[in-house]
Design a protein around this ligand. Structure first.
Ligand SMILES: NC(=O)c1ccc[n+]([C@@H]2O[C@H](COP(=O)([O-])OP(=O)(O)OC[C@H]3O[C@@H](n4cnc5c(N)ncnc54)[C@H](OP(=O)(O)O)[C@@H]3O)[C@@H](O)[C@H]2O)c1
Length: 277
């Protein structure tokens, strides 16, 4: 039996088991996907015992993503550029390998849900400078975005991100976010604002062109206030659930040997669980 897990602290909230167990059943694979609550001080030794515990690999969630990259013997380009890993596996010689699939998940979903989002190569406004924003900026640049405006409450954090990604990324003040929407072809909320239990996202979409795309990576609630407001004024919208589902694909393929599909049925299954929360 092949086994994988998600490692976090806490880990109870993780949606990864829901996705991977769905695929295990769908493809009739003799496998299991567990939740492992591991304290930060125990993380490295836990990784050292992955094989002994019978795991082919793991997903890594907060607060371990940076430590996961540090612990890996081999990391792919995405993980190195983003500075964090969310997917780990053991290669044939037992070396720990790391990837970050958040950029892949965000971009695959964006391409599917809003094809042509980069037509005209207009600027993109991204809010946030945490781990998710870093992955999204990396993905957007790799996909050919020519100009990214980045606004974060803590400006220094956004500046650190431009140091990593350079010229095409321009930091703007958090207070300038409404005005910065002028002429943008894509607007991404990569903060946790608007998430259940967090503060609402204070944004006025008036300056955003009506043919622009609005993406929110918050997936609880599924339809955030931002997405509802964008839809009401005619913008195409992309929700956070698609990113969550697509980022799980490469890990499942590594551990269980089947490239799984993100289908409307999986989406409905995951959405129902979010609605139940
Ligand atoms: N859909 C998906 O697959 C997916 C994947 C990853 C993450 N996410 C979601 O994305 C969100 C961010 O994740 P993360 O890992 O990047 O978290 P993080 O590293 O903790 O970053 C949080 C971001 O939100 C900002 N923020 C928090 N409270 C704020 C406030 N009151 N006002 C203004 N800005 C505020 C932070 O700004 P400061 O720097 O100023 O603190 C920072 O930019 C979370 O909701 C997470 O669930 C979704």
């Amino acid at each position: 039996m092949r086994r994988a897990c998600v490692i976090g602290w806490p880990v109870e909230h993780s949606r990864s088991p829901l996705i991977h167990r769905y695929w295990l059943k769908l493809y009739g694979i003799d496998g299991a996907y567990e939740k492992e609550a591991v304290r930060p001080e125990d993380f490295e030794s836990f990784l050292g015992s992955l094989a002994a515990r019978g795991y082919a690999g793991a997903n890594v969630t907060l607060p371990h993503k940076e430590a996961a990259l540090r612990a890996a013997a081999i990391a792919d380009e995405a993980a190195r550029a983003i500075g964090a890993a969310n997917t780990l596996w053991l290669d044939q010689t037992g070396r720990l390998c790391a990837s970050n699939t958040d950029a892949y998940g965000f971009m695959t979903n964006l391409d599917e849900e809003a094809p042509g989002w980069n037509e005209g190569r207009r600027p993109v406004l991204v809010l946030g400078a945490g781990g998710a924003a870093r992955a999204i900026v990396y993905g957007l640049l790799a996909a050919g975005a020519s100009r990214i405006l980045l606004a974060n409450r803590t400006r220094e954090r956004a500046e650190a991100l431009t140091e990593a990604f350079g010229e095409p990324v321009k930091v703007i003040d958090w207070e300038q976010r409404n005005r910065a929407l002028t002429g943008c072809g894509l607007f991404v909320n990569a903060t946790n604002l608007g998430m259940t239990g967090k503060e609402p996202l204070d944004i006025d979409l008036a300056a955003l062109p009506q043919d622009a795309v609005v993406a929110d990576i918050v997936y609880s609630p599924l339809e955030t206030e931002l997405l509802a407001a964008a839809r009401a004024r005619g913008n195409r919208t992309v929700d956070g659930l698609g990113m969550l589902l697509h980022q799980a694909v490469p890990g499942f393929e590594r551990w269980f040997g089947v490239r799984p599909e993100v289908t409307p049925e999986l989406r409905a299954h995951a959405a129902a669980s979010l609605g139940a929360k």
